[in-house]
Design a protein around this ligand. Structure first.
Ligand SMILES: Nc1ncnc2c1ncn2[C@@H]1O[C@H](COP(=O)(O)OP(=O)(O)OP(=O)(O)O)[C@@H](O)[C@H]1O
Ligand SMILES: [Mg+2]
Length: 247
């Protein structure tokens, strides 16, 4: 489904944030990336989603190498990939439902945004995605009134409205309380195991990785430190990720 080969990212200031990174995420798999601050996790997700252009390497989404594309061909090729960030970033004054429906805009090109609306079928589908994250009852509420955990679930529903096959999440539970964090993690795992999405999620909470991930990838200085099933991951290997070189 998603395969990253030899991914290297050198920023214009010379900083090498990824150096030959390798990663595979299959459909139905929930993979968590763990690593210290500045180890390259966000850079990895930005390269995979092609917000950034990697310096070298390949990003295979099925049979298409996203690293080799640009412009309109890239925009189309990456439609099956949706992102969730640390902050839900909803349009606060709009309803929950209309926030979710905006996830469908990318598939309809500029036309529907110009006309100022989406087909009724997309609004019905958006309602379904809200149901999937357990918030159908809040469809008409203004997004600005939601709690952090609810807002993040709406952000996930908005990502689903894009009808992705790959879901990338960068610290999606960083600003949530433990219970809301558990809910989001259960939801992401469900999307992998039941809806067959390939889910790649960056976390700082080691315990959540052990509880929910199928596989955990450790990143250190832009390089894969380990890549193992979570049930077979020694605590010491995880601990080493967070020990500074100088120590
Ligand atoms: N635009 C940029 N220009 C130069 N260097 C950058 C840029 N963005 C990130 N970096 C550097 O690349 C390295 C990796 O950054 P990145 O944001 O990917 O880390 P991270 O693992 O997501 O960290 P955190 O856990 O703090 O979110 C860091 O040393 C960072 O300072
Ligand atoms: Mg980051």
């Amino acid at each position: 489904m998603l395969r990253v080969c030899g991914l290297t990212m050198r920023y214009p200031n010379g900083k090498v944030a990824l150096a030959g990174f390798e990663l595979t995420v299959n459909a139905g798999e929930f993979v968590v990336v763990l690593g210290g601050n500045g180890s390259g996790k966000t850079t990895l997700l930005r390269c995979i989603s092609r917000i950034l252009r990697p310096t070298t390497g390949e990003i295979w989404l099925d049979t298409v190498d996203l690293a080799a594309l640009s412009g309109e061909r890239l925009r189309r090729a990456r439609l099956p990939m949706a992102m969730v960030w640390q902050q839900a970033s909803l349009v606060r004054r709009r309803s929950v439902l209309s926030n979710v429906a905006t996830g469908a805009l990318g598939r309809h090109g500029g036309l529907w945004s110009l006309l100022g609306g989406l087909p009724a079928a997309e609004l019905r589908a958006a309602y379904g995605f809200l149901g999937e994250v357990g918030l159908a009852a809040l469809a008409e509420q203004r997004a600005g009134t939601l709690s952090g955990g609810q807002a993040q679930r709406v952000a996930i529903a908005r990502a689903l409205a894009q009808r992705p096959r790959v879901l990338l999440a960068d610290e999606p539970v960083a600003s949530l309380d433990p219970e809301a964090a558990d809910e989001i993690m259960r939801l992401l795992r469900h999307l992998a195991s039941e809806d067959n999405l390939a889910v790649l999620c960056v976390l700082h909470q080691v315990e959540l990785a052990y509880l929910y991930a199928d596989r955990v990838v450790g990143i250190r200085d832009g390089v894969v430190a380990f890549d193992r099933p979570s049930r077979d991951l020694p605590r010491e290997e995880v601990r080493q990720l967070y020990v500074s070189e100088a120590a």
